[in-house]
Design a protein around this ligand. Sequence first.
Ligand SMILES: Cc1cc2nc3c(=O)[nH]c(=O)nc-3n(C[C@H](O)[C@H](O)[C@H](O)COP(=O)(O)OP(=O)(O)OC[C@H]3O[C@@H](n4cnc5c(N)ncnc54)[C@H](O)[C@@H]3O)c2cc1C
Length: 139
Amino acid sequence: MTAHLAEAVRTDPGSLVPDLYRVVQRRVEVGDVVTLSLEPVERSPLPFRAGQFNMLTAFGVGEVAISVSSAPGAPGPIEHTIRDVGAVTHALCCCDTGVAVGARPDSLVASFIGVIDEVAVFNRPLQDDEVKGVYESQK
Ligand SMILES: Cc1cc2nc3c(=O)[nH]c(=O)nc-3n(C[C@H](O)[C@H](O)[C@H](O)COP(=O)(O)OP(=O)(O)OC[C@H]3O[C@@H](n4cnc5c(N)ncnc54)[C@H](O)[C@@H]3O)c2cc1C
């Protein structure tokens, strides 16, 4: 990618291309929950608001939505607190200091803007056939 194109991609708020961040601290909170402190490799971090999430990439594994857990405007690295529940979150939780991950911000361009109805909360993981049943019943 040329420098010009790379800059154009970065300044596009709807870009699906992640920026490169480096893990500067890994803190185990409890059990399978880890907080990663991230610093941008190439440029200053994008500003964020309370409640915003980033799409974090574990290279070669995948990308997941993770809320920013540090305070907006606070100096220092951006923090994300992650629970190890599957392939991507496991890869992220295993990242040690110095490892590079990808991050791209939630934005009004790349976000889902809509209404979610019939929300349900389960106190157990759903089995594949149960998820399929819910999906089929909503089609
Ligand atoms: C806007 C937004 C913000 C989020 N912020 C955070 C955050 O700050 N920290 C964080 O840890 N996660 C957060 N999540 C959830 C996170 O994105 C998912 O846990 C992640 O996508 C799981 O991907 P995976 O590949 O690791 O696991 P998958 O392979 O997708 O899932 C593995 C198994 O775990 C189950 N599972 C998936 N997610 C969860 C979950 N959250 N809790 C319990 N079981 C689950 C699945 O049903 C499946 O059985 C957020 C999600 C959204 C949409």
